[in-house]
Design a binder for this molecule. Sequence first.
Ligand SMILES: Nc1ncnc2c1ncn2[C@@H]1O[C@H](COP(=O)(O)OP(=O)(O)OP(=O)(O)O)[C@@H](O)[C@H]1O
Length: 446
Amino acid sequence: MAWMLDIGARPGTAAIAAALRDAEPTLRCVRAPDPRDQIGVIVCDEDATVLAEALRAAAGAQVIVVTEAPGVAEPWRLLALGACDVAVWDGDPRLVTEKLRRLAAVDRIVDSPAVAGVLKGRSPALREALRDLVTAACFGTGPILITGETGTGKELAARVVHAVSPAARTGHLVVVDCTTIVPGLAGSELFGHERGAFTGAVGVRTGACAAADGGTLMLDEVGELPLELQPELLRVVQEGTYKRVGADTWQRARFRLVCATNRVLEDEVAAGRFRADLYYRIAAYQIRLPPLRDRSADVIPLFEEFLLEALGGPVTVGPAVRSALRARSFPGNLRDLRQLACRVAARHVGPGPVTPGDLPPEDRPPVTLDGPPPGEPAESAGALAESVREHLRAGHTLKQLREHVADLAVAAALEESGGNVRAAAARLGVTDRALHLRRQQSRERP
Ligand SMILES: Nc1ncnc2c1ncn2[C@@H]1O[C@H](COP(=O)(O)OP(=O)(O)OP(=O)(O)O)[C@@H](O)[C@H]1O
């Protein structure tokens, strides 16, 4: 199920490791984090430096740190270094084994066709979001708010929530796009209406709440929900009751509410366009889907996946096209990538790989024909090479050089973005968290 690393120097940690092994025989004792398993336990005593090193080596895995000494390190710092939880040993192995079982259960669902077959991609940033989504869907009951830029898969995520939650067994998923709600008829769309409630209401209509009873109601672009409807939505979410337009009697409906928006709802609340009480009610769990620029590992595999869908068979992508795709920005995120794959599929012929000419002209990387031809070192490249030589003469190792260059790149990106960490991280092609960690490590370096 998971690996276990004992990095303690005292008998106490060996006793903890033995107790955990007895309680959970599938735990594999290892000398270094095992990349075959995404879940691990590190048992440690008070050497915070060794622990930080072990966490770094386990990067990407979900690691529970178990310690005898409560003051071994600031738990928040350990979480920032990559640990997923920190537990102070109290003699009961269930403290850890129950957590491990939960982590494994969530990962199994994340890897199941209901999730991995719908929201595709293996990048760490997406996986982290999917773990949060699955945890909220399967182990929580409150409304879920899915945020993220356009085209990041929010509607697909709502479908995933319904598919993996108990609501899939008791009802349907009903999707209402709040941008298409006609202001005067908004109540009717959600709550239905009585015959004669307004001009044109020739019969009784049951709305989305009734259709979603027992299942899941998704309000897409919830930031667009007319203000006058918000109190009624709040009531049905809180109390499970609503009135059809033109009716005197209350109806009952119970459903899981999933809302999606690419707006910053806190700003909408501050601007008076969204009720604060409704916001807090619908955002019991908030999941942010990462933009494609934070999921660089997904670009090529998903492009190939979309090509396969468009062409009906697998096709590889040549190296020049791969690097062009990696360098390209996708402001419309996955939607952009899918559309690009469709454009390429229309031009591609034959059994060979996708070639540069398969990219439509407007999708090709910009080229200047005036500068030095590729391969000929430009003046700045020459200066860089000389600087590297100087460092080598000074006895610096490759690791030190890499760190130095990375520090310079981080400083330059932060300067260019006016100190905006998110923009700098996007510029460097890393996550906000990775940038934060790198800055922290850089400060800690002697
Ligand atoms: N992880 C993914 N795997 C496969 N396809 C994806 C993924 N994420 C998004 N897509 C595709 O991208 C397109 C947009 O997805 P979706 O409508 O769910 O995004 P959205 O965030 O709701 O967009 P918007 O905010 O514009 O409504 C769809 O074609 C969808 O199939």
